[in-house]
Design a protein around this ligand. Structure first.
Ligand code: ACO
Length: 511
């Protein structure tokens, strides 16, 4: 992230002493997220609600929304309604167009900026990055995005904006600001919105615009040019000229990139931009030369004093990747001959132990007769991830064998598998959202314990409620981990291991 680069640089007027990300909103979790800021690791606060995050960080005015296409509109509207939020960027593709239109109307009426949907975001070189734009640190350095240049860039496409960052870095003194407005039919902000913004930024000396076929967005830029509202050179290209080679209408990758009528063709838009005074090359291949010549002319005319290059900061490689690539090696801290148990002493809802919560929520929902949809969406509204659902590795096509074996056993031996079947129905619904939202082993054990308690006939309803409410079931982990601890104690003695000292660099100490 450029903030990290600047921190390391510490010189330019954009140099940051504090990170540009104030907080993270993750429905269902709170606490801290460890992240690198230059060489140093820092803990960024995590909030479960937008409102709480905005009141905790009143100076944060940009909200970057990584929610899925199902949730992006509602969460973006909540963000736009926060008085402190000025800009909302929506990354997800597939947000319903009617929802986007409502967001646009609200943003316009309240003088707020919407970037996206379906965007990789934007970057102010050397200062701040919104979303995934510009890719990896290596790419940011190659594209000189660690310090501001003189070019304002706006594009519809995210992928092509990365390409253009590179092109612009090769033939000019680099980007001042770059924005991808997104590939949807109704972008929250348009190409001309950003060109007019750049026009008012003294640091931006020329603009580069990459449009695409489909829609009429480029014509508002044509109007702005004709009306004399743009005083700096604009180099533009509208991609998709190949569409004419196809006999029928073609839908390209972006929802908005469709060869519609003649006016929406790349050729017509390129011609209109050219006539309005933009520098428009004859092909994409000639775009680079057009940018280069425009920049050099401005330098000759004394309108640009090229920003001097600075040595990009060295960003250390993450240990994990360095080990993987074979560049470094790191010693382990203990010898064990009995198991590779990690998370030995952690028993909680997060680290191995969602059984209690899974049982509690599945029981409540099943007893109240909620449909899986009502249950999962109700939990989402409360900002709680369904415990017992989801796995980092396991998925619809790579099932957890343990879950399958437990379920087979229960089907054969349990008098009733009502709760387990309910959990399986919940899983069928969550799998419609993402492939890895499977019933995990904690969810399977939690629901099967409910069946065991209810089906055994040995517990009253009250007793079952109490067991579930108090949270006895995670006790299973205590049992397993106690055995492990005893094993490790013997192992340490047998191997004559010295006193274990946990490595200092493994602890992030924050005040
Ligand atoms: N129990 C129940 N539900 C759960 C649980 C659980 N334990 N865990 C997660 N979920 C649900 C979430 O609540 C969420 O529900 P929702 O979709 O109804 O809100 C769902 O699982 C999906 O989870 P998310 O992590 O929020 O969403 P996803 O994994 O789809 O990530 C993202 C969203 C980041 C937008 C992703 O889809 C993405 O990167 N898409 C690509 C977008 C892109 O490339 N944009 C740029 C386009 S570039 C251009 O030029 C046009």
């Amino acid at each position: 992230m450029p903030a990290e680069l600047n921190r390391a640089l510490g010189l330019s007027r954009f140099g940051r002493e504090t990170p540009s990300v104030a907080g993270i909103i993750n429905p269902g979790s709170e606490g801290f997220q460890k992240l690198f800021f230059g060489q140093e690791e820092i803990a960024i606060p995590v909030h479960s609600m937008i409102e709480a995050a905005c009141s905790a960080h009143p100076t944060a005015d940009v909200f970057i929304n990584f929610a899925s296409f199902r949730s992006a509109a509602a969460s973006s509207m909540s963000a736009l309604k926060q008085p402190t939020i000025r800009v909302v960027a929506i990354i997800a593709e597939g947000v319903p167009e009617s929802d986007t239109k409502q967001l646009i109307a609200y943003a316009r009426a309240n003088n707020k900026v919407l970037i996206g949907p379906a965007t990789v975001g934007g970057i102010q070189a050397g200062a701040f990055k919104i979303g995934d734009t510009a890719g990896t640190i290596d790419n940011i350095i190659q594209c000189k995005l660690y310090r501001p240049g003189s070019v304002g860039f706006v594009s519809k496409s995210g992928g092509m904006s990365n390409e253009l960052y590179n092109t612009i870095a090769r033939v000019t003194d680099g980007i001042y600001e770059g924005i991808a407005i997104g590939g949807d039919v109704f972008p929250g902000s348009t190409l001309s919105d950003h060109v007019l913004r750049f026009n008012n930024m003294p640091q931006v000396k020329m603009m580069v615009v990459l449009g695409e076929l489909g829609g009429r967005d480029e014509y508002s830029l044509v109007e702005a040019l004709k009306d004399g509202k743009v005083h700096k050179p604009v180099v533009a290209w509208v991609s998709g000229t190949c569409a004419r080679l196809f006999k029928s209408e073609v839908q390209f990758g972006h929802a908005g990139a469709k060869s519609g009528g003649e006016l929406e063709s790349a050729q017509a838009k390129n011609q209109a931009l050219r006539e309005a005074g933009a520098v428009v090359p004859t092909s994409y291949e000639a775009f680079e030369t057009a940018i280069k010549e425009t920049f050099e002319k401005l330098v000759e005319e004394g309108k640009i004093a090229p920003v001097p290059d600075v040595e990009p900061p060295q960003i250390p490689e993450d240990l994990k990747y360095a080990i993987k690539s074979g560049k470094v090696r790191a010693p382990t801290h203990i010898i064990s001959t009995i198991s590779d148990d990690r998370g030995l002493l952690t028993i909680g809802p997060r680290f191995g132990g969602a059984i209690d919560d899974a049982a509690r929520y599945f029981k409540d929902a099943c007893d109240r007769g909620l449909t899986p949809y009502e249950f999962v969406e109700g939990m989402k509204k409360k900002g709680i991830r369904v415990p017992g659902i989801g796995h980092r590795i396991k998925s619809r096509d790579n099932r957890d064998k343990r879950v399958q074996l437990l379920q087979q056993y229960a089907h054969t031996h349990f008098p009733s598998v009502k709760y387990m079947e309910y959990a399986v129905q919940v899983e069928a619904y969550t799998l419609s959202k993402a492939n890895n939202l499977v019933l995990n082993v904690d969810g399977a054990i939690g629901s099967l314990f409910l069946d065991l308690l209810a089906g055994s006939g040995m517990f009253s309803k009250q007793e079952i409620d109490e067991i579930v409410e108090i949270g006895y079931l995670n006790g299973l982990f205590v049992l397993a981990r106690s055995i492990g601890l005893i094993g490790h104690t013997f192992d340490q003695k047998r191997l004559k291991q010295p006193l274990y000292r946990h490595p200092w660099e493994d602890v992030l100490y924050t005040k």
